[in-house]
Ligand binder design. Structure first.
Ligand SMILES: [Zn+2]
Length: 77
Protein backbone atom coordinates (compact mmCIF):
# COMPACT_ATOMS: atom_id res chain seq x y z
CA UNK A 1 0.00 0.00 0.00
CA UNK A 2 1.27 3.48 -0.83
CA UNK A 3 0.46 6.92 0.58
CA UNK A 4 -2.13 7.62 -2.10
CA UNK A 5 -3.97 4.45 -1.12
CA UNK A 6 -4.00 5.49 2.50
CA UNK A 7 -5.46 8.87 1.55
CA UNK A 8 -8.17 7.17 -0.46
CA UNK A 9 -9.20 4.52 2.05
CA UNK A 10 -8.59 6.24 5.42
CA UNK A 11 -12.30 6.94 5.71
CA UNK A 12 -13.23 3.30 5.15
CA UNK A 13 -10.65 2.19 7.65
CA UNK A 14 -12.05 4.43 10.37
CA UNK A 15 -15.54 3.40 9.36
CA UNK A 16 -14.66 -0.24 9.96
CA UNK A 17 -15.67 -0.93 6.36
CA UNK A 18 -12.38 -2.44 5.29
CA UNK A 19 -11.42 -6.04 4.61
CA UNK A 20 -9.10 -7.76 7.04
CA UNK A 21 -6.22 -8.14 4.60
CA UNK A 22 -6.43 -4.54 3.48
CA UNK A 23 -6.73 -3.37 7.05
CA UNK A 24 -3.45 -5.11 7.87
CA UNK A 25 -1.75 -3.48 4.88
CA UNK A 26 -3.16 -0.16 5.97
CA UNK A 27 -1.96 -0.47 9.56
CA UNK A 28 1.47 -1.62 8.41
CA UNK A 29 1.88 1.37 6.16
CA UNK A 30 0.63 3.82 8.78
CA UNK A 31 3.00 2.41 11.41
CA UNK A 32 5.95 2.99 9.04
CA UNK A 33 4.92 6.32 7.53
CA UNK A 34 4.70 9.34 9.88
CA UNK A 35 2.89 11.40 7.28
CA UNK A 36 0.06 8.90 6.93
CA UNK A 37 0.02 8.27 10.67
CA UNK A 38 -0.67 11.94 11.21
CA UNK A 39 -3.30 11.99 8.50
CA UNK A 40 -5.16 9.07 10.06
CA UNK A 41 -4.95 10.55 13.52
CA UNK A 42 -6.48 13.82 12.26
CA UNK A 43 -9.29 11.86 10.58
CA UNK A 44 -9.86 9.94 13.79
CA UNK A 45 -10.02 13.03 15.99
CA UNK A 46 -12.44 14.65 13.56
CA UNK A 47 -14.66 11.56 13.65
CA UNK A 48 -14.57 11.43 17.45
CA UNK A 49 -15.51 15.06 17.62
CA UNK A 50 -18.44 14.57 15.24
CA UNK A 51 -19.56 11.44 17.07
CA UNK A 52 -19.57 13.21 20.41
CA UNK A 53 -21.69 16.01 19.04
CA UNK A 54 -24.09 13.59 17.40
CA UNK A 55 -24.22 11.53 20.59
CA UNK A 56 -25.89 14.40 22.41
CA UNK A 57 -28.71 14.45 19.89
CA UNK A 58 -31.19 11.68 19.37
CA UNK A 59 -29.46 9.84 16.58
CA UNK A 60 -31.61 7.65 14.34
CA UNK A 61 -30.95 3.91 14.89
CA UNK A 62 -29.10 3.46 11.60
CA UNK A 63 -26.75 6.28 12.46
CA UNK A 64 -26.23 4.94 15.96
CA UNK A 65 -25.36 1.57 14.48
CA UNK A 66 -22.84 3.19 12.18
CA UNK A 67 -21.25 5.04 15.07
CA UNK A 68 -21.08 1.93 17.23
CA UNK A 69 -19.29 0.14 14.42
CA UNK A 70 -16.91 3.07 14.10
CA UNK A 71 -16.08 3.01 17.80
CA UNK A 72 -15.42 -0.70 17.60
CA UNK A 73 -13.06 -0.11 14.66
CA UNK A 74 -11.25 2.63 16.54
CA UNK A 75 -10.67 0.45 19.59
CA UNK A 76 -9.03 -2.18 17.40
CA UNK A 77 -6.35 0.23 16.20
ZN1 LIG B 1 2.32 7.01 3.71
Amino acid sequence: MICDDVKRVAYFFLDGAMGEKKQTDFKTHVSLCPECEQRVSIHRRLRNFISRRLGRMAAPPTLRQRLTRSFRALREV
